[in-house]
Design a protein around this ligand. Structure first.
Ligand code: SF4
Length: 224
């Protein structure tokens, strides 16, 4: 246990350093599974969730007002490879951070969402699209139990365009969500006045309308 804690803290420290590139390449800072995988750090389209996800959850916050429209339950998955300078959630870049996703947590999310005042679920991270096994499980259950009565929002470091070229699991996850806040956090474009975004390159996209129209449809209720 102590070893794990020490190891995890070490990983967080390395991720938090300026040497994001070192994090990607330092064999001590990645899990055994990641070590065995070869991947191109500059080609996010080629990254596969199955190669990296450890099905870990950094946090779960029910009944909040900040992660999208209305009252929301937020699931923070662990693990992200984008390593944006100024990332708002450094600890969650680690694929082994937090706690394993469990059936008990899945049931709790469904129970929380059943409250009539809850608008829906928000997926954040870490990177939801590099944790598709967990996210697909949850969003499919939500659609099964609530249909479209609950909305699903997701933040992602992937852009809309990248997800269009993504692996089938990424496309499936995208097809099941309502609103996507897309793109890396770019410190030079940071703007704290933006609605639900940290930097001006990011877009709030109505996924279902965009898929129907075959082009990006910005969320109709965007104020800024
Ligand atoms: S995409 Fe998001 S979670 Fe990943 S490094 Fe960038 S800001 Fe952090």
């Amino acid at each position: 246990m102590a070893e794990e804690e020490k190891d995890d803290l070490g990983i967080e420290f390395r991720i938090g350093s300026k040497a994001a590139q070192n994090y990607r390449l330092d064999p001590k800072s990645v899990s055994r599974q990641m070590k065995q995988k070869k991947y191109d750090p500059d080609d996010p389209i080629s990254w596969k969730s199955e190669d990296f996800s450890q099905e870990m959850i950094a946090d779960y916050k029910p009944f909040n007002f900040v992660d999208g429209e209305g009252v929301r339950c937020s699931l923070y998955v662990s693990g992200c490879l984008f390593a944006c300078p100024g990332c708002y959630n450094l600890a969650a870049q680690n694929f082994r951070y937090g706690h394993p996703f469990t059936k008990e947590l899945e049931d709790q999310i469904i129970k929380d969402l059943a409250n009539s005042y809850v608008d829906g679920l928000t997926l954040l991270g870490g990177e939801p699209f590099l944790n598709t096994s967990v996210c697909l499980k949850v969003v499919k259950r939500i659609r099964k139990e609530f249909g479209h009565a609950k909305t699903i929002w997701s933040w992602s470091g992937y852009t809309w365009e990248e997800l269009q070229q993504g692996t089938p699991d990424k496309k499936e996850l995208l097809s099941l969500i309502d609103i996507l806040v897309d793109g890396r956090f770019v410190e030079e474009k940071k703007d704290l006045t933006l609605q639900f975004r940290g930097s001006s390159n990011q877009k709030i996209i109505d996924v279902q309308k965009s898929l129907q129209e075959g082009k990006i449809h910005i969320w109709d209720r965007l104020l800024k």
